[in-house]
Write a protein that binds this ligand. Structure first.
Ligand SMILES: [Cu+2]
Length: 228
């Protein structure tokens, strides 16, 4: 934090864990009115970015947020609210307001902040949303699906198999990644031009999808479905 002509310009960066997006980094910038000490009102914007991927949650510090200093103006206790203004990846439509609490120690140069509250992911990416994944078999008689790996968010998942091969095929979902895992959903076996569907409600984890026509899975007609 720098104070110039009673304007405190704030910039902070740190690492932490956000419930929705896991291990993440937080970065913020803002301005405070140092003339109003001991309680400096401040505003600003920031981002929480997931360490694991391109997921960012953007926020704006709401009016009424303050950092109140001690008598020496060395240790400030921060309190306020951050309004979620969307983001990227699965957080593109996120909204909500988070409570902001923390401590800024000017002497030590450390800043610790905690966000609490609820963030709504918004339309299109809600947990439990239905997802349809489409794969094909054929047109050659090779015993393989068009994709060896599928991924989706937890919820109701339907794998649709379009059979363009002259051999009969279907699609099934197993409870784990092994060929010995239990079949939890199984589509009907269809000939050329037919469509087979397997639907299951899946939690985070890895599953196997396969054709259950005898010999086909062992020959390579399977793949891994990753649920995030
Ligand atoms: Cu098959």
């Amino acid at each position: 934090m720098k104070i110039t002509d009673d304007v405190a310009s704030i910039s902070a960066e740190g690492a932490g864990t956000a419930t929705l997006i896991g291990a993440s980094k937080v970065a913020g910038k803002g301005l405070g009115d140092a003339a109003k000490r001991p309680c400096v009102p401040f505003t600003g914007t920031g981002e929480i970015t997931a360490a694991s991927g391109p997921t960012t949650l953007r926020f704006t510090v709401a009016p009424g947020s303050t950092g109140c200093g001690d008598e020496e103006g060395m240790v400030f206790s921060i309190s306020g609210r951050a309004k979620i203004t969307g983001g990227t990846g699965s957080m593109a439509n996120a909204s909500g307001t988070l409570k902001l609490t923390g401590v800024y120690d000017r002497g030590a140069g450390t800043f610790s902040i905690k966000f609490s509250g609820q963030v709504t992911r918004g339309a299109g990416a809600a947990p439990g949303a239905a997802t349809t994944l489409t794969i094909t078999a054929g047109p050659t008689s090779k015993l393989a699906f068009s994709k060896k790996a599928l991924a989706a968010r937890a919820g109701k998942i339907t794998i649709v198999l379009k059979n363009r091969s002259s051999l009969p095929h279907n699609v099934a979902i197993r409870s784990g990644t092994s060929a010995k895992s239990r079949i939890i959903a199984k589509g009907r076996i269809v000939g050329k031009g037919g469509t087979s569907r397997a639907t299951a409600t899946l939690k985070k984890g890895k599953y196997r999808f396969a054709c259950t026509v005898p010999g086909h899975e062992a020959a390579g007609m399977w793949g891994i479905l990753t649920i995030r």
